[in-house]
Design a protein around this ligand. Structure first.
Ligand code: NAD
Length: 490
């Protein structure tokens, strides 16, 4: 089928490339001329595993790039809308990009087409989309609108798209149903998975992708409800981590115990500094706003958001506990992206924490394997340096080392080397990438989430397991002293 994607960001570019991979003729459109020029030159504007290889495989054959919405719509049987739906100041989804694109599509429609909303939108957006298309000149019978929300995750987006848990197809008429079935047929029939040169997938792949057919409103609701549920899981375990830390339990053991229950599952049950990124914060807020519009106070979601905010301030308390005052301290920061595997820094909790540290007078030396330049573009301050080329460079001479993003390479540090490079042996892990034993065996004092602080054997400390760290325990480094002292204030 001939397909156009309007919006070539994380979702649009990955989806367009993957649909070319499964055999369609695709045009990936964007109004960002620089982005399209980069793609035309063979560059890839985002860091996404396997994406470059696939673009390279199909560019100029089944995959084309364009800045011309009208021409691309005219050439296509189906048009996917994949522009951003950011959060407005009032917490609702800002649908102005979707509306702008809809009016451009309307004026280009010259024969029957399927218009698919793939961007994450509030329930009933399909109705507004239909209205906008008609108001902008598209004859009523010249299009069908369907909802096909996307569930890919940045960092594993290509494999997520090609090996989905499910494809949600929200269609209100036969034309939409059969067009969506045709688009995804190579995945739902399993034909794609028998190709020799397919992108490799998970070892337990059942052989065929599952399509869930719903009406358009249900599909819209599925997306917001799914993201809200996942955010709720994160906030839930973060709330449990507070109790775990207070009583001297180990949240990793608690997570393993909870997650091994089939009804719950281990995913999204990692305590840390909270969720971020371009989806969860805005989608939870938008879903909360939609519920209010329809007369329901979804207070559970308010609590999910509150716990998430609190988790960041708790982490700051932890850093203060570890290094005492922040003014003038040099802190090594590992990770700026909102999660590992991506260079995306939108709504990154790591950046929020860096900003807060700087506000309190700290000097931050940050390293991220791929996100440093995007972070520098988002937050510039003379107190932050993004120039380091390795975790060891930021550790050198720092008063403490902080992990803020769960990059794989940060879980595999040479801790003895880190110990030698740091001015003081303080390691604050916002992602629980290590066991306390691993860190303390290397001679470092370890602060993590949902576990009591852990001390190396050589440091004789009065710390009591189970004391509320943020309020009662202070690590006080003093100039020239290599052995930390732990002081308890209560
Ligand atoms: P993005 O900001 O990376 O990409 C949006 C693209 O649309 C940009 O390149 C922008 O230049 C382009 N654009 C904006 N207006 C345009 C116009 N008038 N004409 C042509 N192009 C235009 O956003 P994203 O992360 O890809 O997200 C897109 C949607 O998908 C959002 O609704 C998001 O919530 C949803 N989503 C995102 C993810 C994710 O992991 N990023 C996952 C699932 C769903």
């Amino acid at each position: 089928m001939k397909i156009a994607f309007i919006g070539s960001g994380y979702v649009g570019l990955v989806s367009a490339t993957c649909l070319a991979e499964i055999g369609h003729e695709v045009i990936s459109v964007d109004n960002d001329h620089e982005k399209i020029a980069t793609l035309e030159r063979g560059g890839v504007p985002i860091h996404e595993h396997l994406l470059g290889q696939l673009i390279n495989r199909h560019h100029g054959k089944r995959l084309h790039f364009s800045t011309d919405v009208r021409d691309s719509v005219r050439k296509s049987d189906a048009v996917f809308i994949t522009v951003g739906t950011p959060q407005s100041e009032t917490g609702e989804a800002d649908l102005s990009f979707v509306e702008a694109v809809a009016s451009r599509i309307a004026s280009a429609i010259d024969r029957k087409k399927l218009i698919v909303e793939k961007s994450t939108v509030p329930v009933r957006t399909c109705d507004s989309l239909r209205k906008t298309l008609v108001l902008n000149g598209a004859p009523r019978d010249s299009f069908s609108v369907a909802s096909n929300p996307e569930f890919l995750r940045e960092g594993t987006a290509v494999t997520d798209f090609l090996y989905p848990d499910r494809i949600v197809a929200g269609a209100d008429d036969e034309f939409s149903v059969s067009a969506l079935q045709e688009i995804y047929a190579p995945l739902t029939s399993g034909d794609y998975y028998s190709l020799k040169d397919r992108v490799p997938g998970p070892s337990n792949w059942p052989g065929k992708a599952q399509m869930i057919l719903t009406n358009a409103k249900s599909a819209e609701l599925i997306k917001h409800a799914s993201n809200s549920f996942l955010a709720m899981k994160i906030s839930f375990i973060n709330a449990v981590s507070r109790i775990s830390e207070a009583v001297g339990a180990d949240i990793s053991e608690v997570c393993a115990g909870i997650g091994s229950d089939n009804r719950i599952g281990p995913k999204f049950l990692n305590a840390g500094i909270g969720y971020g990124g371009s989806c969860f914060p805005k989608d939870i807020s938008a879903f909360h706003a939609v519920a209010s519009q329809y007369g329901y106070d979804f207070s559970l979601l308010s609590e999910v958001m509150r716990i998430n905010e609190e988790q960041r301030s708790q982490f700051l308390c932890k850093v203060r506990s570890a290094v005492w005052t922040l003014r003038g301290k040099r802190l090594g920061v590992l990770g700026l992206a909102f999660k590992g595997g991506t260079e995306d820094v939108r709504e990154s909790p790591a950046i929020a924490i860096v900003k807060a540290l700087v506000k309190e007078g700290a000097q931050v030396h940050a390293y991220d394997p791929v996100a440093s330049s995007k972070a520098a573009a988002q937050f510039t301050d003379p107190s932050v340096s993004y120039e380091a080329m390795s975790p060891y460079e930021v550790a050198e001479g720092s008063d403490a080392l902080l992990i803020l993003t769960e990059w794989k390479e940060f879980a595999d540090l040479d801790l003895s080397r880190i110990r030698k490079l740091l001015k003081y042996p303080i390691f604050v892990d916002g992602r629980n990438l290590y066991s306390p034993k691993q860190v303390t065996d290397a001679g470092l004092v370890y602060y993590s989430i949902g576990r009591p602080p852990a001390l190396p054997k050589e440091i004789d400390s009065p710390i009591e397991a189970g004391r509320e760290l943020s309020d009662s325990v202070t690590f006080v480094p003093s100039a020239g002293r290599k052995t930390p002292a732990i002081e308890q204030s209560a």
